[in-house]
Design a protein around this ligand. Structure first.
Ligand code: THU
Length: 129
C-alpha cells in the first residue's frame, strides 16, 4: 500500500497548480475502507488563499463521507522530504489518530515514515465546562 500511495501522490503532483512558487506537491490519502483520495496544491494570486496538497486530499475524502483515515503519502518537488506545514498538521489533528502514518517523500519518491504523534505532539485541545 505504501508504494501505491506514493505512486498516486506522484501522479497527482503532475496536476498541481503552482504558478507562483513553482513547487508542485501531490498527496494520496488512504481511508480505513481502503479507498484512496488524491490532492495537489492549488495556489492563488492572493497567496494565503493557497490550498496544500494534503488538505485538498483530506477535504476531497471528507466531502465523500469518509471520516476515518490510516495514512497519507505527500510528495514535493525537492530533494528534501516535503513535511506538512503547520496548518495541515492542525487540520489533520481534527480527523486523525496518533498512529496515522505520514509517508513524507522527496521528489524521487524516497520517503521518511512518521506517525501523526511524531510530527504533531502536544496537539491543541480543550474540554468545555
Ligand atoms: N505546500 C503543500 O502543498 N503542502 C505542504 O505541506 C507544504 C506546502 C504547497 C503550498 C504552496 O503551493 C507550495 O507548496 C509552496 O509553499
Amino acid at each position: 500500500m505504501k508504494t501505491t500511495l506514493i505512486n498516486k501522490a506522484m501522479s497527482a503532483r503532475e496536476s498541481a497548480y503552482a504558478p507562483y512558487s513553482g513547487f508542485k506537491v501531490g498527496a494520496a490519502l488512504l481511508c480505513d475502507d481502503g479507498t484512496v483520495y488524491t490532492g495537489f496544491n492549488i495556489e492563488n494570486m492572493s497567496y494565503p488563499a493557497t490550498m496544500c496538497a494534503e488538505r485538498a486530499a483530506l477535504y476531497s475524502a471528507l466531502t465523500q463521507g469518509k471520516r476515518n483515515f490510516k495514512a497519507i503519502a505527500v510528495i514535493g518537488s525537492s530533494s528534501e522530504p516535503c513535511f506538512p506545514c503547520g496548518v495541515c498538521r492542525q487540520v489533520f489533528a481534527e480527523f486523525c489518530d496518533k498512529d496515522f502514518i505520514f509517508y513524507i517523500c522527496s521528489e524521487d519518491g524516497s520517503c521518511v515514515e512518521k506517525t501523526f504523534e511524531e510530527i504533531m505532539p502536544f496537539t491543541f485541545s480543550y474540554t468545555t465546562k
